[in-house]
Ligand binder design. Structure first.
Ligand code: MF3
Ligand code: CO
Ligand code: CO
Length: 273
């Protein structure tokens, strides 16, 4: 396994791409309302990237081995859709939860991030799934520092999510990212402490747990892309792009409206000061 170490200059490029991904998620937020179609969200994001950001939507025509080219610029995964939901003429309705996953290319560098959005008034159990999944991502992020392992990251996510009664999807994982969309390493969202790749400053990867309210099993829809829960339970996902620093981590996919880290993370950082 060859995991690239990014230079300070590379990281500066990734910071720009990461910020643009986060700003795109900020931009689309007020449009996520009952009655909008996922196609409309796709068109808005595409146009904002091309006309305002001058960034390239990485998903559009992306065709990793064995897949038909992805036909849209963003992924929109609603309710029981786990990931890679393909935008279409589906109308969002009051009570839906939706993950919007964007990946921008700027000056050759990729920034990859996703968030959950609530459409109108969402039931408490669905809101809780979104909230716990966000916290689970952060439990993984806070493990990141030189000499920690990817097993530490996966384990932290898994034990937290399972303690809440949820289940981690195993078939999809985070990934190295840089000049290419998906690079080594694979970042599993489950695992055992002290196992797997040992982290070094300059490694860049995503953490993007997919967590199901029901069983962890999934299946793929006939469109060749959309992944859904087998038992039709709700699923949620959040994603950040992270760089390993000399002392810990830096989140690259940050903008003005990115949700601030949870208290259990900020408290720890405060205690170091
Ligand atoms: N953005 C997704 C990820 O986090 C990948 C989407 S691939 C696509 O890795 F082709 F579906 F866009
Ligand atoms: Co990703
Ligand atoms: Co993504």
């Amino acid at each position: 396994m060859t995991v690239s170490i990014k230079s300070a200059e590379d990281i500066a490029g990734m910071r720009v791409a990461g910020q643009l991904a986060a700003e795109l998620l900020d931009y689309i937020t007020p449009f996520v309302k009952p009655g909008v179609t996922t196609n409309e969200l796709d068109r808005l994001c595409h146009d904002y990237q091309v006309n305002v950001q001058h960034s390239i939507p990485a998903p559009l025509n992306y065709a990793p081995g064995g897949h038909t080219p992805y036909p849209k610029s963003i992924c929109t995964s609603v309710n029981q859709q786990v990931c890679h939901g393909v935008p279409g003429d589906r109308l969002l309705k009051n009570g839906d939860i939706i993950n919007i996953d964007v990946t921008v290319i700027k000056n050759g560098w990729h920034g990859d991030s996703s968030r959950m959005y609530c459409v109108g008034n969402v039931a408490p159990h669905a809101k809780r799934l979104c909230e716990i999944t966000w916290q689970a991502m952060w439990h993984g992020i806070e493990q990141v520092r030189p000499d920690a392992t990817l097993g530490d990251v996966g384990h932290a996510i898994q034990v937290f999510a399972e303690a809440q009664g949820y289940n981690i999807v195993r078939e999809f994982c985070g990934h190295g990212i840089g000049r290419r969309f998906h690079e080594e390493p694979q970042v599993l969202h489950y695992g055992r402490p002290g196992t797997g790749l040992r982290l070094q400053p300059g490694m860049i990867f995503t953490i993007e747990p997919m967590i199901n309210a029901g069983k962890r099993d999934i299946r793929q829809m006939g469109d060749g892309w959309t992944i859904v829960t087998k038992d039709r339970s709700l699923s949620a996902q959040w994603e950040h792009t992270i760089v390993v620093t000399d002392t810990g981590y830096e989140v690259l996919t940050v903008s003005a409206a990115t949700p601030a880290p949870p208290a259990f993370v900020t408290d720890k950082h405060a205690s170091l000061a």
